[in-house]
Design a protein around this ligand. Structure first.
Ligand SMILES: [Ca+2]
Ligand SMILES: [Ca+2]
Ligand SMILES: [Ca+2]
Length: 125
């Protein structure tokens, strides 16, 4: 069973050896559900494979917690589209690059849309 922090609708999911221990891990991201992605959900997460039983040998870590914004609308909220593993800073470990959309947030009475490209530096080493 998935840890509670990632029990939500998933978006990008990919295998990547985040901690370079020779075991492929899983990184992924979640999406809002009708504008809601609760603060207790990891909007971007890392599931580390411990190398033990494939069905049970997983530890789950948040890379980014949800911002908890709740618009109550279908297509509005924190929506991760892509994650791409690559060594952005050239230090030998694999970082993550992702993009996220947040549509029509109401800020000071005006609808605003945000499209962001985000780099998550790998700090496991
Ligand atoms: Ca690993
Ligand atoms: Ca790196
Ligand atoms: Ca690093």
């Amino acid at each position: 069973m998935k840890p509670d922090m990632i029990q939500w609708i998933s978006r990008p999911i990919l295998f990547c050896d985040v901690d370079m221990d020779g075991n492929l891990d899983i990184v992924g991201a979640l999406i809002h559900n009708d504008g809601n992605l609760p603060k207790d959900k990891a909007s971007v997460f890392w599931m580390r494979h411990t190398g033990e039983d494939f069905a049970k040998g997983w530890e789950c870590y948040p890379i980014k917690w949800s911002d908890g914004y709740n618009s109550h609308d279908q297509w509005i909220g924190e929506k991760w589209d892509h994650l791409f593993p690559t060594d952005v800073d050239g230090d030998g470990d694999t970082d993550l690059v992702g993009n996220v959309e947040e549509h029509y947030r109401w800020i000071e009475g005006e609808p605003k849309s945000f499209f962001s490209v985000v780099w998550f530096e790998n700090s496991t080493r």
